[in-house]
Design a protein around this ligand. Sequence first.
Ligand code: AMP
Length: 578
Amino acid sequence: MQSTDTPFSFSDLDIAAPILQAVHEVGYETPSPIQAASIPYLLAGHDLLGQAQTGTGKTAAFALPILNAIDLSRREPQALVLAPTRELALQVAEAFQSYARHLPDFHILPIYGGQGMDSQLRQLRRGVHVIVGTPGRVMDHLRRETLDLSGLRTLVLDEADEMLKMGFIDDVEWILDHTPPERQIALFSATMPEAIRKVAKRHLREPKEAKIEAKTATVEAISQRYWLGSSAHKLDALTRILEVEDFDGMLIFVRTKLATEELAEKLEARGYSAAALNGDMSQALREKAVDRLKKKTLDILVATDVAARGLDVDRISHVVNYDIPYDTEAYVHRIGRTGRAGRKGEAILFVAPREKRMLGAIERATRQRIKEMRLPTHQDIAERRVEQFKELVMSTLEEEELSFYRQLVQEIGREQKLSPTDIAAALTYLAQKDRPLVPAEGPDLSEMRQERREWREDRGRADTGPKKRGARERGFDDGGTLYRIEVGRNDGVAPKDIVGAIANEAGIPGKAIGHIKLYDDFSTVSLPADMPKESLRRLEKTWILGKQIRIRLWQDGAAPRSLDERPMKRKSYPRKNG
Ligand code: AMP
């Protein structure tokens, strides 16, 4: 297996120049471990069993070899990627697009339930090279013969264990049985439960295995915390942390060279002395940046893994994993940049909901529980700024020659009949105008609440051993809210279709979807009471079996009320200045 300490480059892989060019432009420096382990096998045409979770770079691990083998002159599906959710299908399609930017006329089509058939059919007729789809919709097309897979060369099962959990495994097998027998298969899964192994055994031919192994390591001098939040809020989260953490030097890890520059610029714009450290910089420039950090003319370095290899600066008190690392080894290496020379170190890890598995893997590898951190509130920031201001006043009194200013203040007081307090208040305001001591309210970073709570419960369960999974977890005895949807028995709907569509469209975990009851013309389903409004909005536009479900609240049989009457939960948030 490729270790993070022995980098080799994308150009060592036998990949066509236009694709390498795109990878370079996207900003990847070296293949991630799962890429290094998978790409050579896939290029050589082997079947592959890959054990890797989201965040490891697994998408490029299969996308690059697929693109490398595409015959652009043949406008027919040559690769099919099956993904458990619409969200993932779209992400994968986007990733393909970015690596295919120099392949003229390359076409990829995401297909998933809930999306109108017409545009899918139109695009299929026009001809596409790669399809990324959820199993249900792919099956639909195969049944209707609107999708012809006779020219298929590669099939990828992405997040196979998730597809299993969501009840799609039979559909997946059905699709596998309806593809040409000689196609190459890559199966990626974060875990390898027996059911997945069985699928692999039945359909894969002498598969090669690629696995991200978790080595254990000790990192005792370092206190570790994580923050669970969406990537859209990472910058705000980081800025809050910077406001209140007592840090000396800080090293922030991101995935790409571009991100090192972008984030460093954003931090500079917010008044921090920050610089990028990446593999594109000359050795001399890199040394200069590190030197500035040592000499305290710089406080923050934003780095990629490669560029920060071996970095040894005593004053790094904090390591922030802004982008989660690909594997546990990289994590251990990253946080080992702090806590040096007998000092204490702090490590902070940003985790997106989709990356939770990696957090678990890191905890196992380091044999340490990572504490969840509370983001500093608006109040915390205000208190901290006041404290800093007081310190600044004291140090200025101690260190500066102020007799001229004392006389000036006395003069203003005499002339305007003002108390020293009034004058000091006005001057305090002026001094802090660009960085108000009571900052404007920040964004509401609490939308992950539900997700976080659910997950904490899961973690709690893991601690106390398995417990019976009962009605409470299914969400209907638990204050779940009942909704009515306009598909029923007469439409031939099964609960599985409803669970699949809702999980897909609303991004609600299957286990949070409660009791489903089928009537002739409609059905009822219990959903989490605190489901975000955005999820409901998406569900309103969802289709099942060719019918729009027009989800409505169900109130004890009374006329269902429109969702529009629900109050908006999320408020707008003004940006603070400075
Ligand atoms: P994935 O595990 O495929 O969801 O990828 C997670 C993230 O890692 C995505 O944002 C990718 O753009 C990024 N990524 C994938 N491969 C690399 C690489 N070799 N270097 C840097 N970033 C990468």
